[in-house]
Design a protein around this ligand. Structure first.
Ligand code: SF4
Ligand code: SF4
Length: 304
């Protein structure tokens, strides 16, 4: 089994080494209003976001994905020089979450996966000789969190249900698989170009911009998608997001699941790989986008 990397845990800053547990493990934990440590966990955040987290939050806030990214997130490297992740950006000059209020989380119904799971963390691991990932969990016991002293026992599986993480896990799975695949492939697939990093970022986190990209007539000059398929993809944001993961598997890992137009190679891909052609499309459609992801504290800007 591929060993989990401590930096992959949602609490990389935690001095406490998480314990691996299975879903049927009973834990003692309850978070409740009135507890002495209320909001302590939201006062010093390090919260990674999944694409589905972004979708839920931007809709909760009635914002475009681009505006959400600029106002509420910072990018970081999921691997050195490689694909990017995003984290919640804390308040200016501070460490607290921008959504924290004295009464609690102001986006509670749409809070991110990591916030729902805490103090449990979801881990995806994969044997090097396997193509499917396995799920495990980690339990983190931080001294500031007094929920571990509350007299309530619950299994990890029931805690997941209580916190409503199942839909988040289901819709985040394609993204986690992409990351696992990219990390385990290492240099064998070559260093991604800036263009493929941009495609990854856009398809995963900037869903509204990705919609424009898919809606553009040139997209269907390359990909053979029926009107019915297009309506399905564009008819729901989770469908569009999942389609983005499929496209990324095809473009980044040569795993074709989307048919190409018979004449696409001659018409549009002459002397170029599919990946390069698609990246050209993206560059043309995002002329002024500047995404840097070297320093986790870097801010990035997305211009219209
Ligand atoms: S999103 Fe809500 S639960 Fe998560 S850190 Fe922010 S305030 Fe806390
Ligand atoms: S019990 Fe833990 S999760 Fe709940 S408010 Fe306190 S620190 Fe946060």
């Amino acid at each position: 089994m591929q060993q989990p990397d401590i930096n992959d845990f949602p609490f990389p800053q935690s001095p406490v080494v998480p314990q691996l547990v299975e879903g049927d493990k009973t834990i003692q934990f309850q978070c409740r209003k009135g507890i002495k440590c209320w909001n302590a966990c939201c006062s010093n955040i390090d919260i990674s976001l999944t694409p589905y987290d972004v979708l839920r939050l931007k809709n909760h806030l009635n914002m475009s994905s681009g505006d959400f990214l600029v106002k509420y997130t910072v990018p970081y490297e999921l691997e050195p020089g490689g694909i990017a992740g995003i984290k919640l950006k804390p308040v200016d000059e501070g460490t607290a979450c921008q959504f924290m209020r004295p009464e609690g989380c102001s986006v509670y119904e749409d809070r991110p996966t990591s916030c729902r799971y805490y103090p449990v963390a979801l881990l995806s691991m994969r044997r090097q000789d396997e193509t499917t990932d396995r799920t495990s969990y980690a339990m983190v016991q931080e001294t500031h969190c007094l929920g571990h002293n509350e007299p309530r026992s619950i299994t990890v599986n029931d805690y997941r249900k209580e916190q409503g993480v199942e839909i988040y896990d289901e819709l985040g799975r394609g993204w986690r698989q992409l990351i696992l695949k990219k990390k385990s492939a290492g240099p064998t697939i070559g260093k991604p170009t800036d263009r493929s990093l941009q495609l990854f970022f856009m398809a995963c986190y900037d869903l509204d911009r990705f919609r424009q990209f898919v809606e553009h007539p040139s997209f269907r000059e390359v990909y053979d998608l029926s009107d019915t398929e297009m309506s399905q993809i564009l008819g729901s944001e989770p469908e569009l997001m999942q389609f983005g993961f499929r496209l990324l598997r095809q473009v980044m890992f040569n795993e074709p699941s989307i048919a190409l137009k018979a004449d696409a190679y001659d018409k549009r891909l002459s002397r170029k790989t599919e990946r390069e052609a698609i990246m050209d499309e993206i560059t043309a459609k995002i002329p002024a986008e500047a995404i840097r992801h070297g320093d986790p504290n870097d801010k990035y800007e997305i211009k219209d």
